[in-house]
Design a binder for this molecule. Structure first.
Ligand SMILES: C[S@@+](CC[C@H](N)C(=O)[O-])C[C@H]1O[C@@H](n2cnc3c(N)ncnc32)[C@H](O)[C@@H]1O
Length: 277
């Protein structure tokens, strides 16, 4: 391996794969790896099947066969779930090396290109799951769709607001990010500490991933809100990794206190509850 000639991000990925190999020799549960190695085994945002169904429902409220694009999809973990319901959904990923450097098969529905330079077609819905800090492809995305669904981590990923491009946020909800779940499982299973300290830290957990739904076409607003209203129920056939979130205090509709320093009741938020506006 010519390790030293690799770019910084490729070297980081080599390190992550090497750590993953070690982790697989000593894990407590294989379901933990997506919350410890989010990019190569999962996503940066914690999601449940209900999130997939919501995004599918809103896309299908625009068109029965929606043109759906996931920008910056990485290995396509979330996209793969969406394709179960929208088989023609595609992804765009800039970095071909994430596949070819690591002998991972690139699915043909993931296209390697830079979305800022090469986005020529229109889509019914564009999904943007976590832009890295310092990366900003909002302008390209905003010009190629009327409906954007984006996830962002409060305080870590770029604040991916689209109002300045003529979009209105019409709905949003909150889930944990990979890091929120990571802290709890690392403390519980992979770090030696007293029960008192673990309980104290468990109590401090937060949920910092936000899902924003935007449109710039007022005719879509009611359709999307209706579709979301009818998709608030938890799906009974949930993904196996959802049990990790349940165990970490991130249950469906579970209340979270956003700041432990405050006694104010409005500080409580209900995870996954859809707010309109
Ligand atoms: C933080 S990762 C998020 C990956 C995935 N959406 C997730 O949540 O796990 C951001 C991804 O966007 C890709 N990316 C960054 N700039 C891009 C661009 N201009 N065009 C396409 N993809 C881009 C990166 O290579 C990376 O895979």
């Amino acid at each position: 391996m010519t390790y030293n000639t690799k770019t910084y991000s490729t070297r980081k990925l080599y390190e992550a794969y090497s750590e993953l190999r070690k982790f697989r020799n000593s894990f407590v549960s294989p379901l933990h790896e997506r919350f410890i190695f989010p990019y190569i085994c999962g996503t940066y945002f914690g999601y449940r099947k209900v999130d997939v169904l919501r995004v599918v429902a809103l896309a299908k409220s625009i068109s029965p066969n929606p043109r759906y694009l996931d920008v910056g999809c990485g290995y396509g973990d979330f996209l793969e779930k969406i394709r179960e319901f929208i088989p023609d959904a595609i992804g765009i990923e800039k970095d071909a090396g994430i596949f070819y450097e690591f002998n991972r098969v690139k699915p043909d529905y993931i296209h390697i290109k830079d979305v800022s330079l090469d986005l020529n077609e229109k889509y019914d819905v564009i999904f943007v799951g976590w832009m890295d800090p310092g990366v900003d492809f909002r302008k390209a995305v905003a010009s190629k769709t009327d409906v954007i669904v984006t996830t962002l981590d409060q305080g870590i990923s770029l604040g991916a607001e689209f109002e300045e491009f003529g979009f209105e946020r019409i709905a949003w909800w909150r889930t944990p990010s990979w890091m929120d779940v990571n802290h709890v499982i690392m403390n519980k299973y992979y770090t030696k500490m007293s029960k008192e300290l673990y309980d104290y830290l468990f109590d401090l957990r937060g949920a910092h991933n936000l899902w924003y739904v935007y449109t710039k076409n007022i005719e879509h607003t009611d359709k999307i809100r209706d579709a979301l209203t009818h998709n608030q129920k938890k799906d009974l056939t949930e993904y196996d990794f959802e049990q990790v979130m349940d165990e970490c205090g991130y249950g469906y509709f579970e209340n979270q206190q956003l700041s432990k320093n405050s006694e104010i009741k409005s500080n409580l938020v209900s995870l996954w509850r859809i707010e309109f506006g």
